[in-house]
Write a protein that binds this ligand. Structure first.
Ligand SMILES: C[S@@+](CC[C@H](N)C(=O)[O-])C[C@H]1O[C@@H](n2cnc3c(N)ncnc32)[C@H](O)[C@@H]1O
Length: 272
């Protein structure tokens, strides 16, 4: 199974390197910053607790689980109309009406998927009022989904013990115990001041959040959980995770401001 949405920081390219660092055995799988869920979908653990603070994204997972056929047919209806500039902005308005009305239904999930395929770089960015404001990517056609992949994800979510939580990562880790595995893939510490990218949702992920995350990493280690984390290879990250195993790795970047910045060094950190 593969991610349904292209997501900033998506881990498809790092899968091999992440999987070879995962423990061979663990009780439950926790992923408190699920995003596009590349690792979860590739590993497909039988018992998992996933979490994110982006409610539109979580609605996509819930609708895939509970109404995959309806979701597929609505996305096909959307795809049947060629995407002109006018069409994109109309659809974006419809999406924003769902967001402002707090309507999380199957149509909203279909819009999230369709917009993700037609917006610039698959970004999810909202303004101060909470309205989605990413421009069109200038692509007129193409399928927004792979039906087989969606059905497979639906079967996976229904036939396994997968809990979907909504909120902050700390709350998403309350249930972590001895022998559980946790993978943290938070928004990254910026590589430099010009690469600051924190607009995942209304609230960015700030310095304090990184400190909070590193404290939680230590706390879960004391609880006997196996914890893995990815981030940029920058001094702050080395400082926050001093004493743990820090592996450096190269990765090609999909979402970045300029082509020169597409190759970057990242780290994978483990407490085991
Ligand atoms: C780097 S992305 C995860 C990418 C994911 N691993 C993938 O393969 O697509 C980070 C995610 O963290 C979420 N996020 C940001 N701040 C958060 C918070 N305080 N608590 C929980 N989730 C948060 C964002 O909505 C985003 O989906």
């Amino acid at each position: 199974m593969k991610p349904v949405v292209k997501w900033a920081g998506g881990k498809t390219q790092l899968l091999d390197r992440l999987e070879c660092r995962m423990p061979e055995e663990y009780n439950r799988y926790f992923e408190p910053f699920i995003g596009g869920g590349a690792l979860l979908l590739d590993v497909s653990p039988e018992r998992a607790i996933i979490n994110d603070c982006n409610i539109q994204l979580l609605n996509v997972y819930r609708q895939i689980r509970d109404g995959v056929e309806d979701l597929i047919s609505i996305v096909h209806e959307f795809d049947a109309v060629p995407c002109t500039k006018e069409r994109y902005y109309e659809m974006r308005e419809a999406y924003n009406r769902k967001i402002s009305g707090n309507v999380q239904d199957v149509e909203c999930a279909a819009l999230t998927i369709w917009i993700n395929k037609h917006c610039f770089n698959g970004l999810y960015r909202v303004n101060k009022k909470g309205s989605f404001n990413v421009p069109w990517n200038n692509k007129q056609s193409g399928d927004s989904i792979s039906e087989d992949n969606l059905r497979e994800i639906s079967d996976y979510l229904r036939n396994n013990d997968v809990t979907i939580l909504e909120g902050d990562f700390e709350a998403g880790c309350e249930g972590v115990g001895t022998g559980d595995f946790v993978y943290f893939d938070s928004p990254y510490v910026p590589e430099s001041d010009t690469a600051n990218f924190t607009d995942y949702t209304k609230t960015g992920f700030e310095y304090e959040d990184h400190v909070r995350l590193s404290r939680l990493f230590r706390k879960l280690s004391e609880r006997g959980a196996m914890v893995m984390l990815s981030n940029n290879n920058v001094p702050l990250v080395h400082e926050l995770y001093e004493g743990f195993n820090i592996y450096e790795t190269d990765v090609a970047r999909m979402i970045n401001r300029n082509a020169d910045g597409r190759k970057g060094k990242e780290v994978i950190i483990t407490n085991y």
